[in-house]
Write a protein that binds this ligand. Structure first.
Ligand code: FES
Length: 145
């Protein structure tokens, strides 16, 4: 399996690892097939993503894509952050092997879940943002209901 230099770099030296204690939005998603879990924290002020951090319990590609995704959204508006799709993340990393594409989807979903959480907490609607399907905490809520 071939990984680009950028993927290796972001895997070996991931950016933005950690938590934001006063995050504006937090999203936790999981992939049921591989069992990998990703958590994204966003600090949003005046509609701008001031900071982004992540924790990923997963494969190397999941680490690299969450690292790149958090890098890409920093400094962007909420609307611009929606353009940070899994495709955009993969492009920024110079590609991923086909079997690893789902890892980049996890990064996009975690980002969306964090934005969703932010929107819910603030009673706002982010146009174009859909409720995240793999949000682990949301799934738990369903089970409790
Ligand atoms: Fe599942 Fe990479 S193998 S996120």
């Amino acid at each position: 399996m071939e990984y680009s230099e950028k993927v290796m770099d972001h895997f070996m030296n991931p950016r933005n690892v950690g938590e934001i204690s006063d995050a504006s939005g937090v999203g936790t998603v999981g992939n049921a097939k591989c069992g990998d879990i990703m958590k994204v924290y966003l600090k949003i002020e005046n509609n701008i993503i001031e900071d982004a951090k992540f924790k990923t319990f997963g494969c190397g590609a999941a680490v690299a894509t969450s690292s790149m995704a958090t890098e890409l959204v920093k400094g962007k508006t909420v609307q611009e952050a929606l353009q940070v799709t899994n495709k955009a993340v993969m492009e920024a990393l110079d590609g991923l092997p086909p079997v690893k594409v789902h890892c980049s989807c996890l990064a996009e979903e975690a980002l969306h879940a964090a934005l969703w959480d932010y929107a819910e907490k603030n009673g706002i609607v982010i146009e174009g943002l859909k409720k995240p399907v793999n949000d682990i905490e949301a799934l738990h809520h369903h089970e409790e209901e």
